[in-house]
Design a protein around this ligand. Sequence first.
Ligand code: ATP
Ligand code: MG
Length: 362
Amino acid sequence: MDSRDSQVPDDAAFGPHYDDLPDGVVITDAEGLVVVFNRAAERITELPAAGALGRQLDEALPLLDLEGRLWWACTDPYGGLAIRTGQPETRLLLPDGRDVLVTARYVREHGGGPIARVVIGLRDTSARARVERRHADLIATVAHELRSPLTSVKGFTATLLAKWERFTDDQRKLMLETVDADADRVTRLIAELLDIARIDSGRLQLGCYPIDLADLVTEQVAGMIAAGQSAERFDVQSIDLPAVWADPDKLRQVVANLLENAVRHGEGRVTISFKELTEPEDDERKGEGPPMIAMTVDDEGPGIPEAMLGRVFTRFWRGNRRGGTGLGLYIVKGIVEAHGGSITVGRAPGGGARFRFTMPAA
Ligand SMILES: Nc1ncnc2c1ncn2[C@@H]1O[C@H](COP(=O)(O)OP(=O)(O)OP(=O)(O)O)[C@@H](O)[C@H]1O
Ligand SMILES: [Mg+2]
């Protein structure tokens, strides 16, 4: 029997054929015999439709719950209370031990009375399992990142409390400075994680204004020089530019991250240049969109190895141990894309890394 020859009107009235559905669908009739077993159900269960059609549900699709009980015997769709309308999504085991997500809907004549058919949805768990594994990995990484500064804080405070008199003022000050820096690290990490949660859930809120990008860069460079960087390290090639349309705090975060990376991971001179992209052939403009402004940050350090270029924008990836958590560029990319821009990484003419991003002109 073909699933097309069922009593369930699955052609004209039901629109496209069941085999077109991405999810597995199994339907039984009033007697509990399988009348539909679509292609996705075959793929997910690895059971042939030919062996299932026309058979009782519990033989055709023998599912076990996680305790190993026969699912259809437990839920008893044909024998249970007439007010039951189905089963919520449940994780069950196939005969070969793989798991599958199952939902069921009990369709009754005239809304009550005996069951006319049971419609069962089957869904692969692998995509969801991957997501869950990624979440678990993320939590493990976050926990690890938080633990190392806190371990250091605890070590120093415990030592100071236990042996206060044995240290000189200078030693105590040194330890407290370390504690202070570690507390800053934790605060910063938490702020970054909150940014990531906003970016990942699409809740990043932007309050955009026209901003002079070159001014903003000059201001940030001045801040870095005031904080102890040599002025020789920066070359801002400022040109006459229209303003960009951006959230000032977020844009500052983007620029600060790229400059800080160039100084910390790169070497030599950091060159910042701008370009107005007005020509349709400027590929970053993606054809007909608004005019864009591009900003490029080049350094003269080792650069990023070719094979790693694809990974720099992923979270927690870091190529070295120079202090960071590997979240900076992930956040930068999220912010730039939220503004409708894009960011790329490559090799600078001087050998180091080149980061280039675009923002819409105001
Ligand atoms: N200009 C650069 N030159 C060489 N390597 C770089 C440069 N910028 C980034 N990288 C590499 O990319 C990695 C990821 O950068 P990202 O900014 O995401 O993280 P981080 O700087 O290590 O930490 P965070 O920014 O969260 O403090 C860095 O660890 C570094 O190895
Ligand atoms: Mg960084």
